[in-house]
Design a protein around this ligand. Sequence first.
Ligand SMILES: [Zn+2]
Length: 359
Amino acid sequence: MVLKLYFIDPSCDEAVAGSFESYIHEARYLAKRAAERLQNPKDTDFARVFNVIFKTPKTDTAKYLGGPSLWQHMREFSEDWEPKTVYEQTLFVLIDFATSWTRTNDREAAHVRIYADHGARWEINAADSTDGYDPVNHLILTGDFDNLIQGQAFTCWMKPKDDTLMSNENSERTTIDLCSSILDGLIDQEASAPMSLQDFTAGRNQQWVAKQGGKINIGDLGEHLLTRIIFHEFMHCAEYGLDDAPADADSERLTSGWAYCMSLKKKTASASAESMAYLALWAGMAEGGYTMDRRWDAVPGSNGLPDVGDFSDDELNEDEREKAAEDRKKRENNHKWAEDHPHNGCVRGEMTFYEGLTQ
Ligand SMILES: [Zn+2]
C-alpha cells in the first residue's frame, strides 16, 4: 500500500508547546476505534451512535450515487465516484484515515501540510481580501480571508493553472491552517477546555468540567478539541473530499459542532466532515466510560419508525423511491428530532456513564 503523507510545519509544535503529532495520532486512533466498533456486530451501542449521526441504520442498502460535493468539485465533476451505502462510505474513510497515512519532512511530497503560523505566509489581495496565494505551497485561496482566519481552521486545495510547472509539488496537496481562535486556547490548558480526548478522560480539565456543572455535553467537549479539528480538516483532503455542507435547516449556520451534525439529513450527513469527526469522538468517549444518552423510544431507528432524511428521489431506484414515500408519510407527525423533545437527550449531545445505563 502506498501511504499518504502529512507534513507538520514547525509552527505547530510551537503552538502546542510540545508534540503536535500526538493530536494527529489521537485523531487516527479514534478513526481506528470507530471502524472496529462499527464492524463489531455485537456493538449495538455504537450502531446506535452511527444511526443518530447519519440518520439511517448500518443496514441501509440505498447507495449514495453522487459523492460529496467537494470530492466532485476537486475533480471537476467526475464520473468516477463509486456508489456506496452510507455504511460503506463511512467505513472506507475511517479505515483509510486510520491506516494509510504517515509523517514526512518532505513538504513538497506531502498530501496534507499543516500550519499554525496565524496565516503569516498568505499573500492576500489587499483590495478586497478575497483572493490569496500561498507562495510556499503554491495554492490559491478564494473566499474572504479575514473571515476564514477568524474561524478555528481552514483548508485550501486549489492549484494555479500552471501547476504542471511545479514539478516537485504533490498534485493532490491540501493545506490546513489552524487559526488564532483555536491556537490561543492552547496557552492556558489548565483552566480551559480539553484539547485532546486523552486530557479529558485522564481528568486533566477538572476546572472546565466543574464549570459545566458536572454535566458534559458532547458538543461542548468537542468544540475546542484540537483532535476533532484535525480530524475534520483531514476529511477535506483530496482523497475523501468531505463537505462543509450548509446545514439542511439553516444555511447560515456554522459547519461545525454537534448541533450542526444533528441538523443534517442522511445525504448531507454522509458527506460531512464534521459528522465523521463526531462519530470518531463518540468511539473515543467509551474509553472514558461514556456513551450517548439512550432513551430508546425517542431516538431514530429504535422503535421501528423510519428516520428523517433521505437521498433525493432521483438518486433512488423505483423500489427505494416507493419505500421513501411511505417512510415520509409515517414521519409526518413524528417530532423526535426536535431539540426540545423531552426525551431526546442524544440530539442535545447529552452523555451518560455506561454504569448509569438501565437498558
Ligand atoms: Zn470544514
